[in-house]
Write a protein that binds this ligand. Sequence first.
Ligand SMILES: Cc1cc2nc3c(=O)[nH]c(=O)nc-3n(C[C@H](O)[C@H](O)[C@H](O)COP(=O)(O)O)c2cc1C
Length: 200
Amino acid sequence: MFYDGLKNDHGLPHDPLKQLVAPRPIGWISTCNVDGARNLAPYSYFNLVGDKPGIVMFSSVTRKHTLANIEATGEFVCNLATWDLREAVNRTSAPVAGEVDEFELASLTPAPSRMVAPPRVAESPVALECTSFQILDLPDGQGGEHPAKVCFGLVVGVHIDDRAIIDGRVDATILRPIARLGYMDYAVVETVFAMERPTR
Ligand SMILES: Cc1cc2nc3c(=O)[nH]c(=O)nc-3n(C[C@H](O)[C@H](O)[C@H](O)COP(=O)(O)O)c2cc1C
């Protein structure tokens, strides 16, 4: 089948697009507002887009608390969403008021970060402390502006649970990250294979 990307006339009962770019990693993003109140929510329009230095991005499809906090403070932490934490990750996506601390809502432990003010999730085996350097508006495809914005962050601090480091390498089968597919579906990393790149 083929459909027009702007008309979105796929004719299927559910929009297939998110299932077509999958799996998408989940940035489980902790922030604070200007008064220091904590916020935590998952974002699967998320990825690492550069290294040395590490650069991450995520997209907020409307102006949510995470984006508002980053606009105000310039800081965030991307915690790794894992199989063991899947229920807590989902819980923190609830559309609750800005005053609600999702660490408390999901019975998670805030651990102090080293380089930024927002805490990391102590239960998560990986956390990337970030400072935001650009927030981009997105087009709506009709000459206007979409409510979505993409936030880019510089990775200024990296936490890794030592138990996930085996022979000097971080073992993905120990971390077991979860990722978003389309619909209400997720994937979990359980099988890993390696391939050498061609030299010419
Ligand atoms: C796994 C998962 C991934 C999500 N990814 C996104 C995303 O990429 N962008 C977005 O705007 N909302 C996303 N959401 C919805 C937000 O997590 C949800 O709207 C949340 O309430 C936002 O919280 P905040 O207002 O505290 O930032 C996702 C939800 C789940 C469960």
